[in-house]
Design a protein around this ligand. Structure first.
Ligand SMILES: [Zn+2]
Length: 454
């Protein structure tokens, strides 16, 4: 089978056999899963097809993770959750979720074998992006614990990449200094960090960022990597068409876009490592992945051992496309993330994903930085007030052109999303998440909302 494998009967058979082996393994090795399966009358040994498995309900999510971690800390003396399926001593890589939705959970745990799998998915992803072995790679994501941080760095080093783990923690100026010294083939960072670099480079070094000679950019952690304006701007400034958006790391997941300004979803590059299912809003069974289907994202790790994702709801809402990709012509399942289900707001009866507003804001890059934040009152997801939309600009927030852009954004939001927002421009750098995953909604006290309104 070539890597990454496109759809075939051979791949399907491999998925089913790996799935059954994984479910049987965790039933034998984990009291937690044995009891869970028994209590819901789920029979791992009877899985004969992915359609059989689609009848199973969602079993895990972040809330369940937290509960299991509290339980294991009390009862078993380790924080990795009662759904850990190996001995705690076998966990040699410890990573957490990014923590954007509250306390981080120990979502990314690795045995030695799991670290090997992680190397394989990075090797495959870099090959997809055309990055040759031995290339200089800068990892400018937040390094602390997150799956794309220190764990990714060790994977990159072990597969022979010359890896500069600059991280986001030192800020964009430090990144610029190191990048200018090593001239990376591949730059890995959030879209907001890449955009900051474009602004900063001429100020610090007197030339455009294209003189870095970056051949490819890998974006993750924020929605901006899917915006055509952002991609086109990055391609022009870095002088490369190889702009990739993706989600790689943890659970065996590797989903990466093809290159160019267009964005036709994230290609599922590791169908042989993890199952990607969609569940309807109130459905307790997986949907058939027909072209255009939209649902809640549910992962199952086929090979990961330590704490595999098993019917794990990630909190994302996504659409699948199965036709040959308009960008590259290949027939992988392609997934477009539409938003986070826990960020969804209901504004005067209209459902709104903040990512949809960000799509509109990012049409104004580079006048605006593309960063935005919706300010809503604490705990409110159902709003009757018009929410404040803070927007970062590269030009002065008081300038004529920024004001005009704000007015135009309000109009486009109203016309396309059927909600009203009140824009408030703020200077560049105010909302930047400094390379970590940023949130698009900030829930603040009522007083802060009132202050913003003035
Ligand atoms: Zn493609």
């Amino acid at each position: 089978m070539v890597e990454p494998p496109e759809y075939s009967d051979e791949l399907y058979a491999l998925q089913v056999s790996r799935l059954r082996e994984q479910l049987v393994r965790i039933t034998r090795g984990s009291d937690y899963y044995r009891r869970l399966f028994e209590s819901q009358s789920l029979e791992p040994g009877e899985i004969r097809s992915l359609a059989d498995y689609a009848t199973w309900p969602i079993l895990n999510d972040k809330t369940r993770d937290r509960e299991n971690e509290v339980d294991s800390a009390m009862a078993e003396g380790h924080p990795f959750g009662t759904h850990l399926t190996v001995d705690p001593e076998e966990v040699v890589g410890i990573g957490t979720s990014s923590g954007t939705t509250g306390t981080p959970t120990f979502s990314h745990l690795y045995t030695s074998a799991d670290l090997g799998l992680n190397e394989a998915i990075w090797a495959r992803s870099l090959a997809w992006m055309g990055v040759p072995k031995g290339a200089v790679v800068i990892n400018a994501f937040g390094l602390s614990m997150w799956a794309v941080g220190s764990i990714a760095v060790s994977a990159l080093m072990n597969i022979g990449m010359r890896t500069a783990a600059v991280g986001a923690e030192g800020g964009p100026k430090r990144l610029l200094t190191v990048a200018n010294a090593v001239h990376p083939y591949l730059l890995m960072c959030t879209p907001s960090m890449a955009l900051r670099l474009i602004e900063l480079y001429p100020k610090e070094l007197g030339t455009g960022v294209s003189s870095l000679g970056v051949r490819a950019v890998y974006l993750s952690g924020e929605a901006g990597g899917a915006s055509e304006q952002v991609r086109a701007h990055l391609a022009a400034e870095f002088a490369t068409e190889a702009i990739f958006d993706g989600m790689v790391g943890g659970f065996g997941v590797a989903k990466v876009s093809c290159n160019g300004a267009g964005h036709w979803g994230l290609h599922h590059l590791t169908e042989d490592y993890f199952l990607h299912e969609l569940y309807g809003p109130d459905e307790e069974r997986g949907m058939e992945l027909v072209d255009g289907a939209i649902g809640r994202v549910v992962y199952t790790s086929l090979l990961h051992q330590a704490r595999p994702a098993i019917k794990y709801m990630t909190g994302d809402l996504a659409r699948v496309e199965r036709t040959p990709c308009p960008g590259c012509g290949l027939t992988f399942n392609r997934f477009s993330i539409l938003g986070r289900t826990d960020d969804m707001l209901i504004i005067r009866g209209v459902n709104l994903f903040p990512e949809a507003i960000q799509d509109i804001v990012q049409q104004f890059v580079p006048l605006l930085t593309g960063q935005m934040k919706l300010i809503v009152a604490q705990g409110d997801s159902v709003l009757n007030e018009v929410p404040i939309l803070e927007i970062e600009s590269n030009a002065s927030p008081e300038s004529e052109e920024v004001r005009a852009a704000c007015t135009e954004i309000e109009t486009r939001v109203r016309d396309t999303l059927r909600v009203r927002v009140m824009t408030r421009p703020v200077p560049g750098g105010t909302l930047a998440s400094e390379g970590r995953k940023g949130r698009l909604v900030e829930r603040v006290g009522n007083r802060r909302v009132e202050e913003s309104r003035r």
